[in-house]
Design a protein around this ligand. Structure first.
Ligand code: 5AD
Ligand code: SF4
Length: 483
């Protein structure tokens, strides 16, 4: 039943199927009838807007939400003045939560002007019990709340909300799940590149991190499902895929027929027509020699590895439960640089973890200088309720954190600029991605190593991988010229 031909033929008066994804296609059909009735009554199709906070996983989930809304007949808008607005939230740091609260205030203003408006919240932040309490108390105008584990049920929940006719907030949050539902509708943002979930959840429990609590235990998709999805995408014109997981290096370990991430990559590499393979994120403790070998031999795997360091101090790493030392990290990064000389290594660093002294930060800076990261995302430690680090006594005073953060940022920017400048004058392949926002005469793309390149060109080149001469290096990006 899970195709367009089938689901339009569903008798919406019948009993909902028990098995997935058929059940969700049934509810999409029910929503479609509601949308049709709305259109007849109001003389226009209802509009919907999906707003994404946070990481690439959320971006991918939002494509699934959008796909369902589109199939249900909504017109998709980029404006939060739509009839249905859903926030797909993030909670990795507290500022992500604060952003959602702020934006919800705005939505309430729109809702007062548009009685048809419905508001939904989903994603990581909704998995926190304290957030749900706050929503019930102070954000009663929200119509629907669900979490990360039951996002596949969105069509069913949407229908419940539509049928509910504004009679109060619907909340459906699960603690965990072992389910992966395949073959739901999706609307991709880019026709030529796509993220692919290869696994969900995380088992690492880094002591600062809320992800394992809100995304649940590690679950890998079956390799055949992943390969089939990528083959279908390639048939639709996709040339670049990004394999997504919180810790892709432990992919496949818990499958009935275990398979390593490196083996999966070998299979993905064989897919004809696919040109670029990216993946995110790698945990240093699980990065195998086999993986280095596969990247080295590959013609398709991009020359970019995101390898979160978090801290360069072995003492802090231990308290973070990262399960590697400073020296192990440096040795690994240098081995990767030796084996694959043109690879870009990027990282995440947290400043101000409990107990971090100036000396610990110097250790981090030492790693930055030795590894010469091509780019680094630096974060100020954010206390997440329920994580072991939140209960640690020696939280670092804010002024010391700020001072350390600024110092680190400066050094990170120096190495990043130095690394980017290495390619000046070279001719390299660029995947042309989008018309430049501030200068429509330019198209922005990326090198295999993820460096951004702006090229004078028109939109006709978008989606193509073209050789570009890297003319001018401007810090973190290039201005290039099409050959
Ligand atoms: N505080 C600050 N940064 C965090 N990250 C995860 N949890 C926290 C936190 N509590 C950062 C890590 C991770 C990235 C996605 O977010 O660096 O790699
Ligand atoms: Fe969080 Fe650590 Fe898992 Fe990454 S590996 S999601 S930082 S617990």
């Amino acid at each position: 039943m899970n195709n367009e031909m089938g689901f339009d033929k569903i008798d919406p008066g019948s009993v909902p199927p028990v098995s997935e994804p058929d059940r969700q296609y049934y509810f999409i059909a029910k929503c479609r009838l509601w949308v049709r009735a709305f259109a007849e009554k109001r003389g226009r199709v209802p509009t919907a807007c999906v707003t994404t906070f946070g990481c690439q996983m959320n971006a991918k989930d939002s494509e699934k939400l959008t796909g369902i809304l589109r199939k249900a007949g909504y017109e998709i808008l980029d404006s939060e003045k739509a009839d249905f607005v859903i926030f797909n939230t993030c909670t990795v740091r507290d500022n992500a939560n604060q952003k959602v609260y702020g934006r919800l205030g705005e939505l309430n203003g729109y809702k007062k002007k548009n009685p048809d408006m419905r508001i939904a919240l989903c994603g990581c932040m909704m998995q926190e019990p304290a957030v749900i309490e706050k929503m019930k108390k102070s954000y009663a105008f929200v119509d629907l709340i669900f979490g990360t584990h039951n996002i596949y049920k969105f069509a069913e929940l949407l229908w419940t909300m539509l049928e509910n006719e504004n009679k109060g907030m619907i909340i459906d949050i699960w603690q965990d799940t072992d389910r992966i539902v395949e073959e739901l509708p999706i609307e991709r943002k880019y026709p030529f590149k796509s993220g692919i979930n290869i696994m969900f959840g995380c088992n690492n429990f880094c002591s600062y991190c809320i992800v394992p609590y809100v995304r649940g235990r590690e679950r890998s998709r079956q390799p055949e499902d992943i390969i089939r999805e990528i083959k279908n995408l390639v048939a639709e014109g996709v040339v670049e895929v990004m394999l997504l997981g919180q810790n892709v290096n432990s992919y496949g370990k818990n499958l009935e027929d275990p398979i390593s991430f490196a083996q999966l990559l070998r299979e993905v590499e064989k897919i004809e027509g696919l040109q670029r393979i990216r993946f995110m994120t790698s945990h240093p403790k699980d990065l195998s020699d086999e993986l280095i070998q596969v990247i080295k031999e590959s013609k398709k795997i991009c020359r970019h590895l995101h390898l979160p360091l978090q801290s360069g101090s072995t003492k802090i790493l231990e308290r973070m439960n990262r399960r590697y030392t400073k020296e192990q990290y440096v040795a690994l990064a240098l081995k990767i640089r030796r084996e694959i000389p043109d690879i870009a290594i990027t990282t995440d660093i947290i400043v101000g973890f409990p107990g971090e002294t100036r000396k610990d930060l110097e250790e981090t800076i030492d790693v930055v200088r030795r590894v010469k990261f091509d780019n680094a995302f630096t974060f100020i430690y954010s206390k997440r309720t329920g994580t072991p680090a939140a209960a640690m006594e020696d939280q670092v005073p804010q002024d010391q954190v700020k001072e350390g953060f600024d110092r680190l940022l400066k050094i990170v920017q120096e190495t990043a600029k130095e690394q980017t400048a290495k390619y000046q004058g070279r001719v390299m392949d660029v995947l042309m991605e989008e018309v430049n926002e501030s200068n429509p005469a330019m198209v922005t793309g990326r090198l295999s190593n993820n460096t951004v390149v702006h090229v004078p060109a028109d939109a006709s080149v978008i989606g193509k991988i073209l050789p570009v001469s890297l003319k001018e290096c401007h810090g973190f990006y290039y201005i290039g010229e099409l050959l």
